[in-house]
Design a protein around this ligand. Structure first.
Ligand SMILES: Cc1cc2nc3c(=O)[nH]c(=O)nc-3n(C[C@H](O)[C@H](O)[C@H](O)COP(=O)(O)O)c2cc1C
Ligand code: SF4
Length: 403
C-alpha cells in the first residue's frame, strides 16, 4: 500500500484538503461560444470529482472575453455564473470533500489575435501588440476582483490567482518589464498588480474561509524572464521569486502552486518529457526552494512524466524513479506539501482514488506523448489522446486537416 502520508489531510487556510493529491488546472477548450461549460466540460469535472483528489483546480478561466488564448476557453464573468454554479454543484454531488479551486487568468500577449485582443504592458518584439496604459491595467484589476467574487458566489472553495506561464500577471512580474509606470520597473512596481488586486479581492470577499492561492512560474527560461536577475539576464536567480513567495504569504494567501516555464515558448521547462527528463528534478528543486521560503502549503509540479518508472531518467534504478516513489519521498522529506498532477489527471481522472486504494495496476499512466498539447495548440477540444477514443479521434481529425 502507498505510504499513509498520501492520504493524510492538510489544512489550507481555514479548510482541509482530504489528501495530498492536487489536480492541476488543465484547460481543455470545450466551452460554448459564450465561455460557458458544455456537456463535455461537466463530464470531465464529474470524472475528476469521482477521482477525489484533495484539491481539484478548475482550469484557466478567462476574466474577460477579450483576453482568451483559446477560442473555447471557459470564462468567468456575470453571464457565466449559472454554468459555473452548475459545475460546482455537479462536482459536489459526487464528492463533497475535495476542495474546488477556480484558476482565474488574463492571457495578455498570449491572447489569440484572431479572436481576442493581444495586449502587453511593455513593448515586445511584436509591433501589433496593443500596449496597456496604467488605466487599462486598473480595469483588468477590476475584472480579476469580479471573477474572484463570482467564484465565491457560485460555491468554489477558493481561487488560484494565476501568476504563471507567461500570461499577463506573469509578464508584469518579470525583470524585462522595465516600463516606467506604476506596474513596471523595480520589483515593488512589478509586484504591485498582485498586491493591489489581492487587497481588493480580500475587501470584496470578507469570508475568511474562502481560499486564496496562486500559481507561479519560478523560472521562465527566457531572457529577462521570472527567475533571472535583470532584463538582459538568463542565468537562474531565485532572489525575486523567493521574495515574491514571501509577499504572497504576507498578503494573506493560503497556498502556492509552484510551476515553471512558459508552455508556448519553453514547453519542456513547464512539462518534462523524454526530450528533457531532468526537468522533473528541476521542478523538485524549485519547489523545495519555495517551500523553504514560506509556511503556507506548497504544491509541486512535474510528476506526470515519472509514471510507473518507464521514463528516461538516467542513473536511477527503476524502483526509485516512479511517480509514487517521488511523491512519497518529497512529502516525507517536507520539500513539498501536496503533489500536483497535470497530464496524469487527463490520462486517468481517477488516479488519486486508485493510488490511495493501492490499485496501482489499474492506473492509466500518462505516456507524455504530447497529444493533449497538440489538441490545445490546434484550438481543438482537449483530452487524453491515448486513453480516450473521443480525443483520439479529435487528434486524427487534426492530422487529416479536418479541424
Ligand atoms: C493540455 C494542457 C492544458 C493545461 N492547462 C493549464 C491551465 O489551464 N492552467 C495552468 O496553470 N497550467 C496548465 N497546464 C500545465 C499543467 O497544469 C502542468 O503544470 C504541466 O502539464 C506539468 O505538469 P505534469 O507534468 O503533471 O503534466 C496545461 C498543460 C497541458 C498539457
Ligand atoms: S495525450 Fe499523451 S501526454 Fe496527454 S495526457 Fe494522454 S498520454 Fe499524457
Amino acid at each position: 500500500m502507498p505510504d499513509e502520508i498520501l492520504a493524510s489531510p492538510i489544512n489550507i487556510g481555514k479548510k482541509t484538503a482530504p489528501n495530498r493529491w492536487v489536480n492541476h488546472p488543465m484547460e481543455c477548450n470545450d466551452s460554448d461560444e459564450f465561455g460557458n461549460p458544455t456537456e463535455l466540460t461537466f463530464k470531465r469535472y464529474r470524472k475528476l470529482a469521482e477521482g477525489a483528489a484533495g484539491m481539484i483546480t478548475v482550469e484557466s478561466l478567462t476574466v474577460s472575453y477579450r483576453s482568451r488564448a483559446r477560442k473555447n476557453q471557459l470564462q468567468i464573468t456575470e453571464r457565466n455564473a449559472q454554468g459555473l454554479a452548475r459545475l460546482v454543484k455537479e462536482m459536489r454531488e459526487i464528492n463533497e470533500r475535495s476542495l474546488i479551486i477556480f484558476q482565474i487568468n488574463h492571457s495578455g500577449n498570449l491572447s489569440n489575435g484572431s479572436f481576442s485582443e493581444v495586449v502587453s504592458y511593455y513593448p515586445t518584439a511584436d509591433p501589433t501588440v496593443s500596449i496597456l496604459s496604467d488605466e487599462d491595467v486598473e480595469q483588468i484589476k477590476q475584472w480579476f476582483v469580479d471573477a474572484a467574487l463570482i467564484a465565491y458566489q457560485v460555491g468554489a472553495d477558493g481561487i488560484d490567482f494565476k501568476q504563471c506561464h507567461g500570461y499577463l500577471c506573469g509578464q508584469l512580474l518579470r525583470p524585462a518589464n522595465t516600463k516606467q509606470g506604476r506596474f513596471g520597473g523595480n520589483f515593488e512596481n512589478r509586484t504591485r498588480f498582485f498586491r493591489e488586486t489581492s487587497e481588493q479581492i480580500k475587501k470584496k470577499i470578507r469570508d475568511e474561509r474562502f481560499i486564496l492561492g496562486t500559481r507561479v512560474s519560478v523560472y521562465e527560461g527566457i531572457i529577462g524572464g521570472i527567475g533571472t536577475a535583470g532584463a538582459d539576464e538568463v542565468a537562474e536567480d531565485l532572489t525575486e521569486p523567493l521574495a515574491f513567495a514571501r509577499m504572497i504569504e504576507e498578503s494573506g494567501f493560503h497556498f502556492i502552486n509552484v510551476s515553471s516555464g512558459i508552455p508556448v515558448f519553453t514547453g519542456e521547462v513547464c512539462r518534462p518529457t523524454r526530450h528533457y527528463p531532468i526537468g522533473v528534478f528541476r521542478h523538485f528543486t524549485w519547489t523545495q526552494a519555495m517551500r523553504g521560503a514560506v509556511k503556507i502549503p506548497v504544491i509541486g509540479t512535474g510528476y506526470s512524466y515519472l509514471r510507473d518508472g518507464k521514463n528516461k531518467l538516467a542513473g536511477v534504478d527503476p524502483t526509485r524513479r516512479t511517480l509514487l516513489y517521488w511523491a512519497e519521498k518529497n512529502l516525507k522529506s517536507g520539500s513539498v506539501d501536496l503533489i500536483g498532477i497535470g497530464r496524469q489527471s487527463l490520462a486517468d481522472p481517477l488516479f488519486a482514488k486508485k493510488i490511495l486504494a493501492g490499485n496501482l495496476d489499474d492506473i492509466n499512466y500518462c505516456k507524455a506523448c504530447g497529444g493533449c498539447s497538440k489538441l490545445l495548440q490546434a484550438q481543438a477540444r482537449v483530452g487524453c489522446t491515448v486513453y480516450d477514443d473521443f480525443y483520439k479521434e479529435e487528434l486524427r481529425r487534426i492530422k487529416r486537416g479536418a479541424l
